[in-house]
Design a protein around this ligand. Structure first.
Ligand code: HEC
Ligand code: HEC
Length: 299
């Protein structure tokens, strides 16, 4: 038997095995479900047909002899046959050109109607109506809207008490930041808010016992005696921790911009990964930020 066929059988068996395993059928069996059985049978047929068609052509390349009239020219002893262009190729080539012209002009012309376009347009209209209607809300009203947004968009991770299930699932939003997160940021650095603070914060700005002292100080709201190592941090975050534009964020307290930044960029840190939440419109972001800020008010 030609070695190629042996390889064909081995590859077919491996691909079928992989398909079977990937679909999770190994665990559940085919469950006697006709759709599952048809799907796996279809996969089997496709794999076997593909592999043996490929083998057929590889064999052909190995054994076929070319024939026909040679052209007069020879390039470094490589000649060229005067075979006519196969009719099917010619038809396909012309057909592709006709189809291409149809596609750009009649089929799917640029700027034509599309469902995605329509959806985007309607969302835009709705958002601007929303912005207009709620342009002037502030104070409690804004916080209430923020709470509704929170209950829809954030509660699944941050929880009803906004403590992120004791920071197992997400950040505790009742405090500015936890010791665990401060330590993580000092040890690993952070560059989530690329648009606001392009350089990010490098890892290792403090080490050893200083890390614990700094974590306590920052998580405690920067109250009490400053640890000596704070001087390094103050270079970027400012002596009062209020931050500086483009250099470092406020770590002494919340602010609108910072929270909106996190919604726009997502955040990766000690607890896990928060996805980008930029499907909210600007007013909703403002509102949910106001709600987050209201959680730790009066402390
Ligand atoms: C070179 C400037 C720089 C220095 C020095 C610096 N930081 Fe930062 N820090 C940043 C930037 C920028 C960010 C925002 C990181 C991001 O985009 O994810 C940040 C973020 C943080 C955060 C995370 C805030 C949050 O809510 O996620 C903490 C905590 C923090 N810094 C604490 C410190 C401490 C403590 C020190 C001193 C050991 C320090 N930083 C030194 C620039 C700096
Ligand atoms: C899929 C889960 C998930 C969703 C949904 C989610 N978050 Fe988060 N969020 C996280 C995680 C995880 C963190 C902590 C990241 C880390 O390890 O620092 C976080 C961190 C944060 C922080 C940063 C706290 C800090 O000290 O830097 C803010 C603010 C925040 N989330 C607000 C929100 C708001 C508001 C919403 C809803 C609009 C929301 N999150 C939706 C998972 C989520």
């Amino acid at each position: 038997m030609n070695k190629l066929y042996l390889w064909g059988i081995i590859i077919a068996a491996a691909m079928l095995g992989a398909t079977y395993a990937t679909l999770g059928y190994l665990k559940n069996g085919l469950n006697g479900d006709i759709i599952n059985i048809l799907a796996i049978a279809g996969a089997a047929a496709l794999v076997i047909i593909t592999i043996f068609v490929v083998i057929k052509y590889v064999r052909q390349m190995q054994v076929d002899q070319a024939s026909g009239e040679l052209a007069d020219e020879s390039w470094d002893n490589i000649g060229e046959y005067k075979n006519p262009l196969p009719f099917g190729w010619a038809i396909m080539f012309l057909g592709t050109m006709v189809w291409g012209i149809w596609y750009w002009t009649i089929g799917y012309p640029v700027n034509a109607f599309s469902q995605i376009g329509q959806y985007n347009k309607e969302v835009k209209t709705l958002n601007s109506a929303f912005e207009k209607k709620y342009a002037n809300i502030k104070g409690d009203e804004l916080v209430n809207m923020g709470e509704s947004v929170y209950l829809v968009e954030c509660v699944a991770c941050h929880g009803l008490n906004a403590d992120g299930n004791n920071e197992k699932d997400a950040a505790d939003l009742n405090q500015r930041i936890s010791e665990k997160s401060v330590k993580y940021v000092i040890n690993h650095g952070s560059n989530n808010l690329k648009s606001a603070y392009p350089g990010g914060m490098p890892a290792g700005m403090a080490s050893g016992a200083d890390v614990d002292k700094l974590a306590k100080y920052v998580a405690g709201g920067l109250k009490g005696e400053k640890p000596a190592a704070w001087a390094t941090c103050a270079g970027c975050h400012g002596d009062n921790g209020k931050g500086q534009p483009f250099v470092a964020p406020d770590i002494a307290g919340w602010n609108q911009k910072f929270i909106v930044n996190i919604l726009d960029n997502g955040k990766k840190g000690a607890i896990g990964k928060m996805p980008v939440m930029d499907r909210l419109n600007p007013k909703q972001k403002e509102a949910v930020a106001a709600y987050v800020m209201s959680l730790s008010e009066g402390e």
